[in-house]
Design a protein around this ligand. Structure first.
Ligand code: UN1
Length: 493
């Protein structure tokens, strides 16, 4: 099997350790790729290459950088099918969703290609005569993009496209469970004409190279999507190095279903948000907060739909739910199911591995539904990242909003209601970064800011124009054309 290497300064190179790791297909257990395993020496090489490329890339006019992003979008379109197939083989999501993952990267490439002709600064008057003021956006320098396996094309693109359009160069460190796809993505970037050193790929486990990426003095900023535990440690280290870090971490996203909701519509949104991508989205719905008068009917409808869901290999077009990413995650999900039972929640369906036939070869878990969950139970508070849904019953809209807001995370939320007053109360009082009305908790579009409040992140947003704020420094310019010394705050008083 071909060894997948690092891509540093325009060359494919083996890591300095000479060691390798494997990436497995979670549906079949087969090896999908053999990966080089880097350490801090390789990080240093990538940092040097990225710094060298930064000198010319930052002077490449932003509209020209935009043309390269346009070509990235076109190349991704050309390779969409093969990338999607590989993506399903490496991380398991069903093919239709894998195509969506690639499409999200295409969208973000085109969106930020256009941004190359904007990157707006501001002009403003001076308080002194014959003096002009303006602001510009400067790139930060070298950005390390540390990404998750659950959107192995979209999330790297979310980070790389705004970083590149702003004039930064990138060191891309994908999750090991998505590294084969990441390598294919880098090949597409090369085909599209990204110059040597502008994007560098470094493969290896986060516990070996994560720290080196954060502390290396040649790296200026870090953008991370992954676990709350890792991200929080990373931010602490980064702040000691005075580095900017953007974190995209956990979620405990809820769908509120009011007594006036269209229940069939709500059921469709809940099934898609909770069990789509096998529950492995930061935005996945893992809590339903239902009004007591709608509860019984909603639960009955959910159980009927869950029974219809077909588990299997995501390459099979009849399959609804693929595997979870690996056996460690399978164990972690099952541990939470045991915790839920011990806490007194009522297991309605699921709650076990699926092992019949071919499923035994992979990491499959049955879609799971708990009722009679109380807001403070661990299964209602902690991110499970799997197909496990907890239903909490409430008496009023005010209570539903309080329960929604009362977790350590704040990524997305949703409300199903036909009442316009409920809608606007929710818009005003729900404190997540993303809110859907009469739609599930997943499916964010790339031209709106993406991110969450509280422990989901650290105040930054991905995609949309908001992302540019993270990848640039504001520079304030004062041009004095008076020919005399003018002292602000003094001479004009
Ligand atoms: C994630 O799970 O980290 O809104 C990203 C969504 C997708 C992105 C999810 N567009 O569900």
């Amino acid at each position: 099997m071909e060894l997948l290497k690092n891509y540093i300064g325009g060359e494919w190179v083996e890591s300095s350790t000479g060691e390798t790791t494997e990436s497995y297909n979670p549906a079949t257990g087969e090896v999908v790729g053999l990966l080089t395993r880097s350490n801090e020496v390789d990080v240093q090489k990538a940092a040097v290459a990225a710094r060298a490329a930064f000198k010319t890339w930052r002077h490449t006019p932003a509209p020209v950088r935009g043309e390269i992003l346009m070509k990235i979008g076109q190349a991704l379109e050309k390779h969409k099918d093969e990338l999607a197939q590989l993506l399903t083989r490496e991380m398991g999501k069903v093919l239709a969703e894998a195509r969506g993952d690639v499409q999200e990267a295409i969208d973000v490439a085109y969106y930020f290609a256009g941004e190359g002709r904007r990157l707006f600064g501001q002009t403003m008057p001076s308080e002194l005569t014959n003096k002009a003021c303006m602001t510009l956006r400067d790139p930060i320098g070298v950005v390390a993009a540390i990404t998750a396996w659950n959107f192995p094309i979209a999330i790297p693109a979310w980070k790389m496209m705004p970083a590149l359009i702003a004039g930064n160069t990138v060191i891309f460190k994908p999750a090991s469970d998505g590294a084969v796809v990441a390598t294919a993505l880098v090949k597409v970037l090369i085909e599209a004409g990204v110059p040597s050193g502008v994007v560098n790929l470094i493969l290896g486990p986060g516990n070996l190279i994560g720290d080196a990426l954060v502390t290396n003095p040649g790296i200026d900023a870090i953008t991370f999507t992954g676990s709350t535990e890792t991200g929080t440690k990373m931010a602490a280290t980064a702040s000691l190095c005075n580095k900017r870090v953007s974190l995209e971490m956990g979620g405990k996203n809820a769908i509120i279903v009011m007594d006036d909701a269209d229940l069939d519509l709500a059921v469709d949104g809940i099934i898609w948000s909770a069990y789509g991508t096998t529950g492995q989205r930061c935005t996945a719905c893992s809590r339903v907060i239902v009004h007591k008068d709608a509860k019984e009917e909603l639960l009955n409808k959910l159980v009927v739909k869950i029974k219809e869901l077909k588990l299997g290999n995501g390459l099979d077009s009849k399959v609804d739910i693929g595997p979870v990413i690996n056996s460690t995650q399978l164990d972690s999900i099952h541990k939470y199911v045991e915790i839920g039972k011990a806490e007194g929640a009522r297991l309605l369906i699921g709650g076990e591995r699926a092992t019949e036939g071919e499923l035994a070869k992979g990491s499959f878990y049955r879609p799971t539904l708990f009722a009679d969950v109380t807001p403070d139970m661990r299964i209602a508070q902690e991110e499970i990242f799997g197909p496990v849904l907890s239903v909490i019953t409430i008496d009023s809209l005010a209570e539903s909003i309080e329960v929604n807001n009362n977790t350590r995370f704040g990524l997305s939320a949703s409300i199903y209601t036909q009442n316009i007053n409920n809608v606007y109360t929710a818009i005003r009082d729900i404190t997540t970064g993303i809110l859907y009305i009469n739609a599930g908790t997943i499916g964010a579009e790339v031209h709106l800011p993406f991110g969450g409040t509280r422990g989901t992140g650290n105040g930054h947003r991905e995609v949309g124009t908001a992302a540019i704020d993270f990848y640039t420094e504001w520079k304030s310019i004062y041009v004095d054309f008076s020919g005399t010394l003018q002292r602000a705050q003094i001479d004009n008083r």
